[in-house]
Design a protein around this ligand. Structure first.
Ligand code: RIB
Ligand code: CA
Length: 331
């Protein structure tokens, strides 16, 4: 199997943690390193949380680097109201034994791009680190083969304002700079598709059945860190369950066929009431060369089949019939 070198830039964060778990359970991805950016939680706390996930997954071999502490220009506003003060749903997950968070996440990104060929970057937090790296050495990005960003939205309403999604709202200048300067298509895994990826109580119950069958503790761990997130979703959106945005970005890197979309020129607003909005020119009114591939279709059942089969190391065929039963009953 062809393994690809991947950097995961994240702000763990509950759904970031699920994304890391999926990536670490997928042999196609050679995770060169994890960089954290201030978003859901400050980047130092994100680093500690990344180590906790690595320890849970038995992958303390993967380095974690702390990146930017604040957005490029804006005042930093975390999402600890959604992810808990500690960023892992205040589930009391203990600090990882051993391992340490290294400094200079931005430098790590540049070093990896300079050293490796055909690097993939999966960015599932604000784009501050990517913007800083791009500003520092744009040429280094010539070896970048694929850039996937969980962020933005086209037709779906925002989650931080009527039009803005958190990652691009938290650092609109960073996002705008990356969209203007990356020089290769940004695969935007936005709210239009991630809102359809809802971890429900029934899916969690199935994960706990799989725990018993496999002797793993994945379902118990996921339940522990998502409890806070479930409560937030009920309080904010009267949803039973929680939208897990970030793992879809990783699933898309593994199976692009899970999603559909279209090429378009996209810009990110940095000022005023629509700050952080991803403005998608789907009708090419501006006549500019597309800089993004906007996802607007997703196979939800296909996502969960992949997610669970990787986390439990079993065939998707085993998972699909039960998922069908669950998702049909929920539709
Ligand atoms: O808007 C959702 C995104 O913002 C997710 O990546 C979540 O983890 C937060 O970073
Ligand atoms: Ca995130």
């Amino acid at each position: 199997m062809e393994r690809r070198t991947v950097i995961i830039d994240c702000d763990p964060g509950i759904d970031d943690s699920l994304a890391l778990m999926l990536a670490l359970a997928s042999p196609e991805l050679d995770v060169a390193g994890i960089t954290t950016v201030s978003g859901n939680v400050p980047s130092d706390q994100g680093g500690k949380n990344a180590l906790k996930i690595l320890e849970f997954m038995g992958r303390m071999d993967i380095p974690v680097y702390q990146g930017a502490k604040v957005p490029l220009k804006r005042e930093y506003i975390s999402a600890q109201d959604t992810h808990g003060e500690d960023g892992l749903g205040e589930a009391g997950i203990k600090e990882a034994e051993g391992g340490k968070v290294l400094p200079d996440g931005v430098e790590f990104i540049l070093d990896t791009l300079r050293r490796e060929k055909q690097v993939w970057i999966i960015a599932i937090g604000p784009l501050t680190n990517i913007a800083l790296a791009l500003e520092k050495d744009r040429d280094a990005f010539k070896t970048l083969e694929m850039f996937i960003s969980m962020g933005g939205s086209d037709k779906s309403h925002g989650n931080c304002s009527p039009v803005a999604e958190y990652n691009y709202w938290c650092d609109p200048d960073g996002a705008a700079f990356v969209y203007e300067n990356l020089g290769r298509p940004i695969h935007m895994v936005g709210l239009d598709v991630t809102r359809k990826i809802v971890l429900t109580p029934n899916i969690l119950e199935y994960m706990k059945v799989l725990d018993k069958e496999t002797g793993k503790r994945v379902g118990a761990f996921v339940e522990a860190i998502t409890r806070y997130y479930f409560d937030f979703h009920w309080a904010q959106e009267r949803v039973i369950g929680c939208v897990i945005n970030d793992p879809l970005a990783v699933a898309y890197s593994l199976k692009p066929g899970l999603c559909g979309g279209f090429a378009a020129y996209t810009a990110v607003e940095t000022e005023g009431i629509s700050k952080g909005q991803s403005v998608v020119d789907r009708m090419n009114i501006w006549g500019k060369t597309p800089n993004s591939y906007i996802l607007d279709q997703v196979d939800e059942a296909g996502f969960f089949a992949l997610f669970l089969s990787r986390l439990y190391g079993c065939e998707e065929e085993k998972i699909r019939p039960v998922l069908r039963q669950i998702m049909v009953s929920e539709s």
